[in-house]
Ligand binder design. Structure first.
Ligand SMILES: C[S@@+](CC[C@H](N)C(=O)[O-])C[C@H]1O[C@@H](n2cnc3c(N)ncnc32)[C@H](O)[C@@H]1O
Length: 400
């Protein structure tokens, strides 16, 4: 069963274009404010237009997310969508049409040909490279299609959080060799019921995709080409393709200090990447790696929280709502797959959070909060340090 046949039979993820009337699917990578933060230092001039490639766009989640957010913000863009699957493309086209969005060119083909479509300011490639027969050729092709000062946002599978998946993929593959996609699905669905409760897959409560629909079941447990990457392996693949990592999302997930007991220190001489690899092993629950990458000769400058012209942007709440929570509880709780994280923020910080609306620069927030610059910088730094590592806060001039 070829990859194209699989995704033609089971376009992924399963989406009904009519649902575009009631909700927008958002996520990482490719949330525009997050792209701005990690790729452009919070200073992208979105008004000048953005050339975007969605490589292996599937049924269109990232495509629709970017096209809708940029259209709503009245920022010009041109998006090129490429995917091997015709049926996935049809669903993506229908979703774009349902929302009456424009400036998207659809191509049925391989992302290996990406450089033929020109140079892109931003490339999305979510959940695709680990399915290529030669993933390195895919990393290379995307790197060659990237403009010198552009960036790539990608997602690949990670091994430890998917514990139990690979033995089942291999077993179901052996039992259904040579069969059609539908028959393979029937074998998989019947056999999973016989798999004992002690199997690592059944004990892995964080992997739930197979419960959604046939497309998700097939993608998770019947895939014929699927290799996971540790954080170190992903970093090596990016480096070999002439790229440097600008950030892994969320960064806090890879923070070794979260896992070290009192009295145990990060060993001297351990590199940042090594510490992230150890954190990945200690966490045991990371199912995917989401990363942003840029060309290696670009100076990486993440937004400076003392720069008065940076514009903070909250991901899942608006300023007044988050401020209300913080002022009452002194913390927020964020839900990640299989894990709830408690983030402590001083109650007084609500006074500055209340003014964050994605449009107002720090200088004006400081004035509105009635604080002097020194007091504001201290308070804002605490907000930045608490929320940026969990991706709740980024900096972007998207709406300015
Ligand atoms: C798991 S789906 C991910 C879809 C989408 N990026 C998302 O995250 O929702 C993988 C997609 O990659 C496409 N694909 C796989 N290999 C490809 C290749 N070499 N070139 C273009 N598309 C490819 C498949 O057809 C499928 O639609």
């Amino acid at each position: 069963m070829s990859i194209k046949e699989q995704y033609d039979t089971y376009p992924y993820p399963s989406r009904d274009p009519k649902d575009e009337r009631k909700r927008l699917v958002t996520g990482s990578p490719s949330f525009p404010a997050e792209i701005d933060h990690y790729v452009f230092g919070g200073k992208r001039k979105w008004r000048d237009g953005t050339r975007i490639l969605v490589a292996g766009g599937g049924t269109g989640d990232a495509l629709v997310q970017m096209a809708q957010i940029l259209t709503s913000a009245k920022r010009p863009y041109e998006i090129t969508y490429i995917d091997l699957s015709v049926t996935a493309r049809e669903i993506a086209e229908a979703r774009i049409a349902e929302r009456k969005l424009g400036n998207v060119t659809f191509h049925t083909g391989s992302l290996l040909d990406a450089p033929e479509f020109g140079e892109f300011d931003y490339i999305d490639c979510c959940g695709v490279l680990h399915h290529l027969p030669e993933p390195d050729a895919g990393f290379d092709a995307l790197s060659r299609a990237l403009a010198p000062d552009g960036g790539i946002g990608l997602m690949v599978y990670a091994p430890y959080g998917r514990s139990g998946v690979y033995p089942l993929q291999s077993a179901f593959g052996a039992l259904s060799k040579g069969m059609s996609a539908k028959d393979r699905l029937a074998i998989g669905r019947a056999t999973i019921k016989e798999v004992p409760g002690a199997h690592p897959f059944k004990r892995n409560t964080r992997v739930v995709d197979h419960k959604t629909s046939d497309a998700e079941f097939y993608d998770l447990l019947l895939h014929s080409q699927d290799r996971p990457y540790t954080v170190g392996e992903l970093n090596s693949a990016l480096t070999s393709a002439g790229l440097q990592t600008a950030g892994f999302m969320p960064m806090a997930q890879y923070d070794l200090n979260r896992f070290l007991p009192k009295g145990v220190q990060r060993p001297e001489g351990m590199s940042d990447l090594e510490s992230m690899e150890v954190a990945e092993k200690l966490s045991g629950s990371i199912k995917t790696h989401v990363a942003y990458a840029v060309k290696p000769d670009r100076e990486l400058r993440l937004p400076d929280p003392t720069d008065p012209w940076q514009v903070p942007h909250l991901r899942s709440a608006d300023g007044p709502r988050l401020a209300n929570l913080v002022s009452r509880k002194g913390k927020i709780v964020m839900d990640f797959p299989g894990e709830s994280v408690e983030i402590k923020i001083a109650k007084e910080a609500a006074a500055v959070i209340a003014h964050v609306d994605g449009r107002t620069p720090l200088k004006v927030i400081c004035e509105r909060a009635g604080l002097d610059q020194v007091a504001f910088n201290i308070m804002w730094r605490s907000v930045h340090d608490a929320l940026v590592p969990w991706n709740e806060l980024s900096y972007s001039k998207l709406y300015v």
